[in-house]
Design a binder for this molecule. Sequence first.
Ligand code: BGC
Length: 226
Amino acid sequence: MTDYTPADITPAELQPAGIAASIPEGWAIDQATDPAQITDWDDRQAVALIPFEVIGGYPRNPAGRTGKIGRNLRKWGENQAADPIVVTGTAPGRRVLLICRDDCGHWAIPGGMVDPGETAPAALIRELREETGVDLHDVEPVVLTRTYVDDPRNTDWAWITSTVALFQVPTPVDVAAGSDALDARWWPFDGIDQLRAAIHEADDQLYAPHEALLMQVPAPDPLSAP
Ligand code: BGC
């Protein structure tokens, strides 16, 4: 057997002293500083988007080994996000609404983490409103996938999954960046290559973990061109 020596990426604020000093009891963050202290794994496994195992008190990342342990997310095990992909147009010339993330400066889907007690559909609408000012509570989304997200914060013991849904709107509504967004705008989106190229041309980058999510959107229909 080859040696496996994963790195612990837990930031200071999620280590025991950091949690004791700065995370108030009752916040939606696991106070446990070791996954083996979690007592409700059965409940967490029952509501998981992607099934996962717990072995000897340690959750196992369903995507396999990451080379990392510890946690840089709110919870041990699965952390659920909701990612609303808003597009306008069904023909070539289609556009997609993205935000510029304030943590890395890359252009991403205006999604976020599902709050405790919140449903994924509610989180899709809330995150979109908070990050772009766009209110689509009266638009019926189409769930494209419920999937693992290849996020750099994932470890063997804590990872992100997401409910990814498509919202189709008739015109590019006005947007206003808010909460975790530095900017929000519509980008050309006949396909992932065109989107990536347009963002590069603006000297910016597409948020890598979201490429696979955006690729779930069906191609525009050339026959429906005006
Ligand atoms: C974002 C989500 C994203 C997830 C995984 C969260 O911080 O808000 O949009 O899917 O990270 O990258």
